[in-house]
Design a protein around this ligand. Structure first.
Ligand SMILES: [Fe+2]
Ligand SMILES: [Fe+2]
Length: 332
C-alpha cells in the first residue's frame, strides 16, 4: 500500500497545480465594489447620533429571511478563523500564499456588503447582530475539533491537516453558495437578491479552486484523500456551528428551503463526488476502498433521510398555513 504523504510533501507536490488554479481564478474573478450594492438613500442615523434606534417594525424581512441573513453574515464575519485554518494548512509560500491572501481579501467583501445592507435597510437589529458577532468570533472556528467531534472515529487522523481542510472548504464553499443564493430569493427584495447573487458567484469560483485542488490530491495520494473526504462528508457541519441561535436559524432555513437536506445532498455533496469520480475510480487501495464504501452507505442513508425530512416538513408547513391563513414559504 502506498504510504501517506506528509503535509510538506503534499504542499510541494501540489504547488504547480495550485499555481495554475490561482492564475485561472485571477483570470475569471470579477472585481466589484461592496458600496455599489447598498441602497444608501434608505439610511438614517441611530439614537446615538440624534436619530432613531432600530425597531422590528422597520424591517421588511421575514423571520426566515432574517435568520438566513444573520447566519450567512456571521459565517462571513468569522473570516479570521478560516484564514488561520487555511494559512496554517496551505502555508504562506509561493502559489499557496498568493491564494490565501487573495481568497481572504475576496471573502472580506462578503461580510462588508451584507452588514452595510442590513444596517442601512434596518433589516435586522444591529445591536443584537453586534452581540452575536462578538460571541461567534470570540468562539472562533477550528475544523480539527469539529472533525474529531463528529467524524467516524475509525478514520480520524491525529492531525486534520491539508487534506481535510481542502475537502472541507470544497463542500463549504458550495454550501455557502447555495445558502446565499436562496437567501437572496427569500428576502423578497431585488437589491438583496442582486447582492447575494454577486456573493454566490464568488463562492462558486472559490469552490472550483478547492475542488480542483482536491481532485489533484486524489490523483496524487488516492487513499489519503479519500479518507479525508469521507471524514468530512460524514461529519459535515455548516461553519455557523456555535453561533448564537444556530440551531433555531438552521431549522428555519431548512424548513423553508434556504438550505435543507436535499440541497445538501444533491447540490453540495453529490456534484463534488461526481466531479472527483469517487464511485468509478480504480486507483484506491484497501483504505480508500473501505472509506468509499462507508461514504456510499452514508449517501444512501441520506437519501432516505431526505424523503423523511420532506414528509415531515410538508406536514409542518401545511399546519402552519392553516394556522396563519398564508401560503407556506418554500424557496425551492
Ligand atoms: Fe464568503
Ligand atoms: Fe468563499
Amino acid at each position: 500500500m502506498a504510504r501517506s504523504l506528509t503535509q510538506l510533501e503534499l504542499l510541494i507536490e501540489l504547488e504547480p497545480i495550485a499555481e495554475q488554479n490561482v492564475n485561472r481564478h485571477l483570470s475569471m474573478a470579477k472585481d466589484w465594489n461592496p458600496h455599489e450594492y447598498v441602497p444608501w438613500e434608505l439610511g438614517r442615523n441611530f439614537a446615538a447620533m440624534n436619530g432613531v434606534n432600530w425597531d422590528p417594525e422597520q424591517s421588511k424581512l421575514t423571520e426566515v429571511a432574517k435568520a438566513a441573513m444573520i447566519t450567512n453574515l456571521l459565517t462571513e464575519d468569522n473570516l479570521p478563523s478560516y484564514h488561520r485554518e487555511i494559512a496554517e494548512n496551505f502555508s504562506q509560500d509561493g502559489a499557496w500564499g498568493t491564494w490565501v491572501g487573495r481568497w481572504t481579501a475576496e471573502e472580506n467583501r462578503h461580510g462588508i456588503v451584507i452588514r452595510d445592507y442590513l444596517v442601512v435597510t434596518r433589516g435586522v437589529d444591529p445591536v443584537a447582530l453586534e452581540q452575536a458577532r462578538m460571541i461567534h468570533m470570540t468562539n472562533g472556528y477550528n475544523s480539527a475539533h469539529l472533525i474529531k467531534k463528529h467524524a467516524n472515529r475509525d478514520y480520524v487522523q491525529a492531525d486534520a491537516g491539508f487534506m481535510h481542510s481542502v475537502a472541507y472548504v470544497t463542500f463549504q464553499e458550495l454550501a455557502t453558495r447555495v445558502s446565499h443564493r436562496n437567501t437572496g430569493k427569500v428576502c423578497n427584495d431585488p437589491l438583496a437578491d442582486r447582492m447575494l447573487q454577486r456573493i454566490a458567484a464568488d463562492e462558486n469560483l472559490h469552490m472550483i479552486f478547492y475542488r480542483d485542488m482536491c481532485a489533484a490530491a486524489l490523483d496524487l495520494s488516492p487513499d489519503q484523500a479519500m479518507e479525508a473526504i469521507t471524514n468530512i462528508v460524514l461529519g459535515f457541519q455548516m461553519p455557523g456551528l456555535g453561533m448564537p441561535n444556530f440551531r433555531r436559524n438552521g431549522v428555519l432555513m431548512a424548513k423553508h428551503g434556504v438550505y435543507d437536506l436535499r440541497q445538501h445532498l444533491e447540490e453540495v455533496l453529490l456534484p463534488n463526488l461526481k466531479k472527483w469520480n469517487i464511485f468509478e475510480r480504480t486507483d484506491f487501495g484497501a483504505v480508500g476502498d473501505h472509506c468509499r464504501n462507508r461514504l456510499g452507505e452514508f449517501v444512501e442513508k441520506l437519501r432516505a433521510d431526505v424523503v423523511r425530512f420532506e414528509e415531515q416538513r410538508d406536514r409542518a408547513l401545511a399546519r402552519e398555513a392553516r394556522r396563519t391563513g398564508r401560503p407556506p414559504v418554500l424557496v425551492s
